[in-house]
Write a protein of this length. Sequence first.
Length: 294
Amino acid sequence: MDKYNDENLSQLFPPKWQLMTTSFFPNKSLDSLFHIADLIQLLKVDIIMLVEVGGKESLENFNQYFLNNEFDIQLEESNSDRGIDLGYLIRKDLGVKTKLISHKDKVLSNKKKFARGAFELQIFKDDSLIHINFLCHLKSKLNLRRNDFEGRDQRAAEVNYLVELYQKRSSKYQDIPITISGDLNGIIYKEETEQELDPLISQTDLKDIFEHMDNPVEQRYTYCYFNRLNQVYPMQLDYFLISNKFVSMIDYKATQVLGFKSPYIDTFKLPSSLQDKNKLPSDHFPIYTVISYT
């Protein structure tokens, strides 16, 4: 928004909006931004975990111009060569302090670093640590160099380090919830769990929040893949993993995959075509939950 000059964004034509940036990448559409902002404000979301963010400046602009500057931002640049980062928005009046720890420079078991990173948010209330979350966007199945089939070796190395991190933190902080969230780019669902993601559940006490709820697979879809014949393949790629030890903190009635139609709760509906999918504010559906720390 380096060319923004106090124009009324709600009355702006799309071409003018795109001219407000000197970036090589286009701005996300105004309709999508207003739609996402409406979702956040209507549900009064306190902490938002985001992947594929176009840098800290983008998140700062979104907060300032679409969310009334109501959030603090925790974001560090990821290792992505596509310019997609991971970040948190924390409502300023929530009454907590936060600390962000980046693990993107960790050398993994395959001698490489994370494709993006793992970003640890520590949440403090009255100077006491009350929650740790590891936000990650694991290596995708895109393999343009054809040196790692579906990115499985890289994803496995990233998972192994996440498991190590989780075990280390849960051993040190046994009385606080330690969660893993984000786009894991794979399947965790009973016997369909993909091999490289299996350590997240077989070597820890973690389970996906929808697994705790025993939700059927059709209530867990967060992404739709369309093939060349326009056939849809829905799947869950996005997760919130939490130990059974702390699952009583979760409000099951509120927890769900959100739709993109107001009031968002209980409006989830899969797109019927790629064209419909491209009209949505995001190509992934958000996961929403309520956690009580008292």
